[in-house]
Design a protein around this ligand. Structure first.
Ligand code: ADP
Length: 226
């Protein structure tokens, strides 16, 4: 690939980090900044639960227990999504890949489509994460995220965008959060080495101490360099 082609290659930005590290918030901000789709396996799986079929029931049970869904399910969802034309100019991945098997499947796909991969690792202390997730609320209609401490809705418990009653995710209770962090440590954190070994060393960004906009500015800086 010559330099010109490399410069024009669409970027696949992988937002990586533990649950509650701010991947979803940053993905939504980045989507606006870059004008490319935001692919969240968590959101796609929650939609699937809404369909109420057998797969939805299985996914719901695993999510509520703070466990990962099987790789084939996550891989299939992402594979189908990436193949859609709106991803041709680039994409943002949030919550995927989460296992080595997912990372391998993704790598094959991204190579096939000629994407330039950039991994952003949002690092946050677990005590901050537990506090953050406990105060998290989401609009069930439009998906907007709120934080009771740093980004509360204008009216308590009501979405600013569409007036819907805000919800707490089933898997945001403290015992489930601990299980999710455990799954992250065991199954997902090892991907940091996988990325480094496959030529995409993660760029570290401090996701704990700053405002979402400050974190976005850091990520923006990295993407221009990347
Ligand atoms: P968070 O990153 O805060 O855990 P997500 O919405 O990304 O939130 O994920 C919520 C849950 O959805 C996970 O705990 C897991 O059960 C399931 N999930 C999401 N993405 C994946 C994935 N790539 N592989 C397996 N399970 C996933």
């Amino acid at each position: 690939m010559n330099q010109d082609t490399a410069r024009r290659a669409p970027k696949a930005v992988i937002l990586f980090g533990p649950p509650g590290s701010g991947k979803g918030t940053q993905a939504k901000l980045l989507r606006q900044a870059l004008g490319v789709p935001h692919i969240s396996t968590g959101d796609m799986l929650r939609e699937r639960i809404g369909s109420g079929d057998a797969l939805g029931v299985e996914v719901q049970g695993l999510m509520q227990a703070g466990r990962l869904v099987p790789d084939e399910i996550a891989n299939r969802l992402v594979e189908e999504r990436i193949a859609r034309p709106d991803c041709a100019r680039g994409l943002i991945l949030d919550g995927y890949p989460r296992t080595i098997a997912q990372a391998e499947a993704l790598e094959t796909r991204l190579k096939e489509f000629g994407f330039d991969t950039v991994v952003i690792h949002l690092k946050v202390d677990y005590t901050i994460i537990i506090r953050r997730i406990a105060g998290r609320r989401q609009c069930p209609v439009c998906g907007t995220l709120y934080s009771l401490t740093s980004n509360p809705p204008k009216k308590p418990d009501v979405c600013d965008q569409d007036g819907a009653a805000l919800a707490v995710r089933d898997d945001d209770q403290e015992t489930v959060i601990r299980q999710r962090l455990e799954a992250y440590d065991r199954q997902t954190r090892p991907l940091l080495e996988f990325f480094a070994g496959s030529g995409h060393p993660p760029h570290e960004v401090d996701g704990g101490l700053e405002t979402p906009e400050a974190i976005l500015a850091r990520i923006g800086g990295l993407l221009k360099l990347g």
